[in-house]
Design a binder for this molecule. Structure first.
Ligand code: SF4
Length: 440
């Protein structure tokens, strides 16, 4: 802030992020813009003057959580200015601006200008920033979050052109667009310069990187692979139809890209996939899993799944369950289908009851637990590299192996952010975490 500031005391800000890793990356960039303008983050227990909420609207429940949090922030800090951005703000700006304490509502591409809106508000010259329609969002807003852990989230792409029938993300985040390879490599170098060792490559539809240009996601991966100092990359989530065999083979041969994939399946039934307007069928999905297992046998494979979508009859659900049960995967991220106003899914017949959604979720979560435990058990007695990271104060270090097995250790904090070979000793009761000891 400049010397001619109209403010009698320095402003301080607090940040709250909901939803995906992309939002977390973007909040970190927002906090940077505030810090550069002389508005630091509050210390623990300090009252903020500004509360930034980066909202999510992936389900009706996500909207509800954002509303409830905003009301609670306002009750706790009635004097603070609340700025709301993110997908919920983009999709429902009027609803958000009516919430108590909300002074500014900004669209998803306006996040880096939030600080200007905040300053204008305190100077009494604030105009409510217009939230442009998502289809007008053309610029790529670079972001990279440095969490308090060892991992960085590097945004490489935004928006989506797929329009799956159940999804509001294209309406909230706009068309697919990406950073340049040069720009993203520079961000990765900056992470390495600041001591970061692991980067999670993040976006809405990252396999679509370079859409409309003559470079693609594999070109980006190959360029990032050459950045000195970064020891680990993870590909956050990639559509199965965009996960080419060539990318799988590249990961198999790379020292820096970890044997870890996260692939959205959403249903293991072709009729439901067609109703969702997904761009693959179960045969293609199975072929990707088979290829990964053939060239990277130890890879962790996480899979997203929606249960209870419109059109998922009992018979189709059973077929989906059986298909997934037969896949050699490591974990399922299970989501119960949530109706979203304005989506084409609302025209699909056969609505699954809430009760049935719960039953299907529970069954798939149990299947996931069994698969995760079976996968983790395979590695008991083996040695794998672990990037150690601090957990809660006073607790020993934990971390993840290259193939995304969570480990618990007795190591003390001086090993934080170091990469060590660890022997995996036993599987904990949660069926996911392995105890580990360093190999000297
Ligand atoms: S690929 Fe489908 S589910 Fe994923 S963001 Fe795009 S429209 Fe939504």
């Amino acid at each position: 802030m400049t010397d001619d500031s109209v403010f009698t005391k320095p402003l301080k800000a607090q940040y709250h992020t909901f939803g995906c890793k992309l939002n977390f990356a973007e909040t970190a960039s927002v906090a940077d813009t505030f810090a550069k303008a002389g508005i630091p983050s509050v210390a623990d227990g300090e009252a903020p003057d500004i509360i930034v909420v980066n909202s999510c609207s992936v389900t009706a429940e996500a909207d509800r959580k954002c509303r409830s949090a905003i009301r609670s922030f306002n009750r706790r800090y009635p004097e603070a200015l609340i700025l709301v951005t993110g997908c919920y703000a983009q999709l429902k700006p009027e609803e958000v601006s009516a919430l108590p304490g909300v002074g500014v509502v900004a669209g998803v591409n306006d996040k880096l200008a939030l600080v200007n809106h905040a300053l204008a508000w305190f100077e009494g010259r604030q105009q409510a920033p217009a939230v442009p329609a998502a289809k007008e969002l053309r610029d790529f807003m670079p972001s990279c979050s440095r969490g308090d852990r060892t991992r960085y989230f590097l945004k490489v792409q935004d928006g989506c052109d797929y329009w799956c029938t159940y999804c509001t993300i294209p309406a909230a985040r706009g068309r697919s667009r990406s950073g340049t390879i040069e720009q993203i490599v520079d961000q990765a170098k900056a992470v390495a310069d600041s001591g970061g060792k692991e980067i999670v490559i993040t976006g809405v539809n990252i396999g679509d990187f370079g859409h409309g240009r003559d470079d693609n996601f594999e070109d980006l991966c190959r360029a990032l692979d050459r950045v000195e100092g970064i020891e680990r990359y993870r590909i956050s989530s990639i559509e199965p139809n965009l996960l080419t065999d060539s990318i799988i083979d590249f990961v198999a041969g790379s020292q820096r890209f970890m044997p870890h994939f996260h692939i959205p399946l959403q249903s293991g039934n072709d009729e439901v996939l067609a109703l969702m307007r997904r761009r693959y069928d179960t045969a293609l999905f199975a072929s990707k899993i088979e290829r990964i297992r053939r060239v990277i046998p130890d890879a962790f494979i996480g899979v997203d799944l929606i249960v209870g979508a419109r059109g998922e009859t009992e018979e189709r659900y059973r077929a989906s369950h059986d298909f997934i049960a037969g896949l050699d995967i490591s974990h399922l991220h299970v989501f119960a289908y949530s109706e979203r106003p304005g989506t084409r899914a609302l025209q699909i017949e056969h609505v699954v009851s809430q009760h049935e959604k719960h039953v299907r979720s529970a069954e798939m979560i149990a299947l996931s637990a069994a698969k995760h435990a079976a996968f983790a058990s395979r590695f008991v007695g083996t040695t794998r590299p672990v990037l150690l990271e601090h957990s809660r104060d006073g607790h020993p270090l934990g971390g993840y192996t290259d193939n995304y097995l969570r480990v618990a250790t007795e190591l003390t904090p001086e090993y934080d952010n170091t990469l060590r070979p660890m022997k995996l000793v036993s599987l904990c009761d949660d069926g996911e975490t392995l105890t580990a000891i360093p190999v000297l």
